[in-house]
Design a binder for this molecule. Structure first.
Ligand code: PA5
Length: 478
């Protein structure tokens, strides 16, 4: 039987749409809005960014662009391994942080039942799922209170193998497993890491762990479509081939040089021009609980990729835009007041869903109270769409630039498209800002200081530097 993602008509029906009306002067006025003329006036920057992305794709740290195409063997291995895990365990736990955790969490939230862990196994048809992306001791204890280690597979994910948080978790879990299972402990840990560098690969070889590899040119925040995200997704029963097909589909859509036809290039252009106007906040507001953690994933991608002190020529630029997550409709009742009436410093991206996976009717009732009874007979689907349109309208009338990305449905194909769209948008924006999109010296600084504070060998100099840093004054602590 053919798969739906090979059917041209179905794919077209699932194509994401970008509505950028409310970025334009006709809708938000001359001061706030953009014109096609203004965009064309920046064609130099746009073309250069486009050409650089095309030139660099597939090379160095842009290996992620090829993930939709070059993983046939890996995907087969992932699916076969995931099948065994699904059969043999009740709990599946990811140990990882940052780019090694946010993608798996986002895809889980988008494509599994919203109460996955609470529904019966017969309905879940996958293990319970947890992602441990912190070193809060209470959280580790809480995990151990709800799982049975002998019935659990742990997927330790770290590209560098040097991330203290992940490796601390690994040490704790491995000791517990060895105490409980002896030589069988290794069968409960699967490593996802670099094949060529780092500590985890050495440990995996010594311990005999099943290992998936993160390709060299794929950095943490661009790794969701590598084994980092594909393996947990496959364990959860998600169709990872469809996700990759969605990414490939979006890649083709974003491949053209015409800015008004290329959604990633156009979004990057709007954000770049907005940053130049001092709009330093990017709000990501999905109107679907399923997409809530996609917003978290986006926040890391946008923040860590574009927040840079220096440009490629070494000039101090302090670039970037602070990403903020908001959830529609929930945050209409907390943040939208600020977005509508506060400073003109934000660009809002709404994520809309045409067809939710269920239709829920609002019951008739309270006939004597028209303020309530008007809701009866409508559906929650109508209500959430009306609230989204109303919020979009309120922002637009208040001259706050915003745009909407429509997902026809939430499924692996559209999620693959969305992830790839944001990755390409980030790549184009990085080139427009002329910065290194793929490093994170600011994060490394914190990692090094942690090593020094915990007495890691080779960090004496850093330890000395920390010792000589200004000591805190008691006076300032009340
Ligand atoms: O995007 C990144 O590169 C980071 O967020 C990393 O994913 C994060 O620091 C974890 O690194 P690692 O996978 O090496 O443990």
């Amino acid at each position: 039987m053919g798969v739906r993602y090979n059917n041209r008509k179905w794919k077209e029906s699932m194509r994401l749409r970008l509505d950028y009306n409310n970025m334009m002067t006709e809708f938000v006025g001359n001061k706030e809005g953009f014109t096609r003329k203004e965009i064309r006036a920046n064609m130099n920057v746009i073309d250069t960014a486009y050409n650089l992305v095309q030139l660099k794709r597939g090379r160095a740290m842009m290996g992620w662009t090829e993930l939709p195409y070059n993983q046939e063997e890996t995907v087969a291995d992932i699916i076969a391994t995931a099948k065994e895990v699904r059969k043999n365990c009740d709990y599946f736990v990811v140990l990882g942080i940052g780019g090694s955790a946010l993608g798996p969490m986002a895809v889980f939230q988008a494509l599994c039942h919203l109460h996955h862990n609470e529904i019966p196994k017969s309905k879940r048809r996958a293990p319970k799922f947890y992602v441990e992306d912190n070193v809060d001791p209470e959280r580790m204890q809480a995990l151990l209170d709800v799982i049975v280690p002998e019935r659990t597979v742990f997927n330790v994910i770290t590209k560098s193998g040097a991330t203290s948080e992940t490796m601390a978790q690994y040490l704790i879990i491995m000791k517990i497993l060895k105490e409980k299972l002896g030589a069988d402990a290794a069968a409960h840990v699967i490593a996802t890491t670099s094949e060529t560098k780092g500590n985890l690969i050495k440990i995996a070889q010594e311990e005999g762990l099943k290992t998936f590899y993160i390709p060299d040119g794929v950095g943490g925040r661009f790794s969701e479509l590598s084994p980092v995200g594909l393996f947990p997704a496959a364990v959860l029963g998600i169709d990872i081939k469809e996700m990759l097909a969605g990414a490939a589909y979006m890649d083709k859509i974003c491949a053209g040089e015409k800015v008004f036809k290329n959604p990633a290039l156009l979004l990057a252009t709007f954000q770049y021009l907005s940053m130049k106007r001092g709009k330093n906040i990017s709000v990501m507001m999905p109107y679907a609980d399923g997409l809530k953690l996609i917003a978290d994933w986006y926040c890391q991608l946008w923040a860590e990729s574009l927040g840079k002190a220096n440009d490629n020529a070494g000039n101090k630029v302090y670039s970037g835009q602070t990403p903020v997550k908001a959830l529609g409709v929930t945050d209409q009742h907390s943040q939208v007041q600020l977005y509508t009436e506060g400073p003109f410093d934000k660009v809002t991206t709404f994520l809309a869903v045409d067809d939710y996976r269920t239709v829920f009717e609002i019951s008739e009732g309270c006939e004597n109270i028209p303020d309530v009874s008007f809701l009866g007979g409508h559906t929650m689907n109508e209500l959430i769409q009306a609230e989204r349109s109303a919020t979009e309208y309120a922002l637009t009338v208040a001259r706050r630039i915003n745009h909407t990305i429509y997902l026809p449905q939430i499924n692996p194909f559209t999620i693959g498209q969305l992830l790839f769209l944001f990755e390409m948008q980030t790549a184009y924006a990085g080139e427009m800002l002329r910065i290194n999109t793929y490093d994170q010296p600011g994060v490394e600084g914190g990692k090094q200081a942690t090593f020094a504070l915990l007495g890691k060998k080779g960090y004496d100099e850093k330890r000395e530097e920390l010792k000589n840093a200004p000591q805190k004054k008691e006076d300032y602590i009340i």
